[in-house]
Design a protein around this ligand. Structure first.
Ligand SMILES: Cc1ncc(COP(=O)(O)O)c(C=O)c1O
Length: 392
């Protein structure tokens, strides 16, 4: 009997097709007895720092932590976030009015559109992009204007190419540097231009800064809030997930413009009760405690990147070394579609990569490789790719 239940119309434009298809084929490949090496989802595989786990364990024994939290987050955590921003970026934040705790930055990136937009308002969304930006904009029934991120522009958004009429109608612009999936880093000059453009057109600049602590060769990716006057038109989403290897804890934060923080706090106070307090305390330990884990992560991902790049280079697959993030953004062979390449690779080798078009139309022609497996698994995946002799 067919179901009487139908999804709401607002869900119709949401595409999860590529990810669903890759998962379906993954199950088929596993059922055929091949071990899949999953370089798909960007979930850190390294352990959190001991002092963070110890804090979490100790907090589990405290009765009060089991009370409802508040969606804004503990003031002690918001103070730790402000302290971390000051130390890392030289940016001063008022923990009461300029910091909001999130259930992972994903929570905020999805909900910001509901908090700020009315149906028909324009959102400026980069492409390729981490998928939740477009999903959030679509669910809020916003009109989406795509900002192509092109290799010839260093994958930086080109504000001059946005028609003035569109810019004037736009309410939100999303940027993300270091970028997932293309790995590009933006410098402070770019952020100055972005803030200038947003300010001129009355747009809220939403910067997703999830990967600022994962950059190579001494690069120190900036915060958009380092730009003078940025707080007037910008907010930044950040996260402890990748920086401290605690993605499953679901803890992130929104900082910047206080009016936007207050609007988001209002939305969230009607939707959730915030993050489990024991996790918030672990977050405080992560932000205030020893920071060695950051350099360790950078060293681990850097070594993995070089191992993988060197291996596939010998098979004839040239991939550029990333300046940042845990990803490689790799061209597929000329004349091949990303999805066909990724599916054939998965079927023939059991190595799972994400086709670039999962991140938008400008991702076509590429695949994203997440370096989230230990070196021996990466060496094995390279060997499998080489012996499959697929395209190279
Ligand atoms: C660019 C980017 N932003 C945000 C997130 C979400 O991170 P979280 O919700 O764990 O803070 C991710 C996760 O992969 C990401 O790649």
């Amino acid at each position: 009997m067919s179901s009487i239940f139908r999804q709401a119309k607002r869900l119709e434009p949401i595409e999860s097709g590529v990810f669903d298809e890759m998962n379906r084929i993954k199950r088929e490949v596993e059922d055929s007895g091949i071990e899949v090496i999953n370089l798909g989802i960007g979930s850190p595989d390294q352990p959190p720092a001991k002092h963070v786990v110890d804090t979490l364990k100790a907090e589990l024994d405290i009765r009060e932590n089991y009370d409802y939290a508040t969606s804004a987050g503990l003031i002690e955590l918001r103070t730790a976030i402000a302290g971390w921003y000051l130390k890392r970026f030289g940016v001063r934040l008022d923990p009461e009015t300029e910091v909001l705790t999130l259930m992972g930055s994903h929570d905020g990136l999805g909900h910001i559109f509901f908090a700020l937009l009315n149906p028909g308002d324009v959102s400026l969304i980069p492409d390729p992009h981490y998928p939740v930006y477009k999903v959030g904009a679509q669910l809020a029934e916003s009109d989406i204007h795509i900002m192509p991120l092109l290799a010839e522009n260093g994958y930086l958004a080109d504000f001059d190419s946005i028609p003035a009429e569109t810019a004037d109608k736009a309410k939100i612009m999303v940027l993300n540097y270091p970028n997932n999936p293309v790995t590009a880093v933006a410098d402070i000059d770019f952020f100055e231009r972005a803030v200038g453009f947003a300010g001129e057109h009355g747009i809220l600049l939403c910067h997703d800064a999830a990967y600022t602590e994962l950059a190579y060769g001494g690069i120190r990716p900036p915060s958009v809030l380092q730009v003078e006057g940025a707080k007037e038109c910008a907010v930044e989403f950040h996260s402890v997930s990748k920086t401290y290897n605690i993605a499953g804890c679901r803890l992130g934060f929104l900082v910047g413009n206080k009016d936007v923080i207050s609007i988001m706090a209002r939305l969230k106070s009607n939707l959730d009760y915030g993050v489990f307090k024991a996790i918030q305390k672990a977050g405080i330990a992560a932000l205030n405690g020893p920071q060695e884990i950051i350099d360790q992560n950078v060293a681990v991902y850097k070594k993995r990147a070089l191992t993988f790049l060197e291996g596939v280079r010998q098979a004839g697959w040239e991939i550029q070394e990333p300046p940042a993030t845990m990803f490689l953004w790799a061209k597929v062979p000329e004349g091949t579609r990303s999805k066909d390449f990724a599916i054939e690779l998965l079927r023939k080798t059991g190595v799972l990569l994400i086709p670039g078009d999962a991140f938008g139309v400008y991702g076509e022609g590429y695949v994203r490789i997440a370096l989230v497996k230990p070196e021996d698994k990466l060496i094995e995946s390279v060997a499998r790719i080489r012996s499959a002799g697929m395209f190279f």
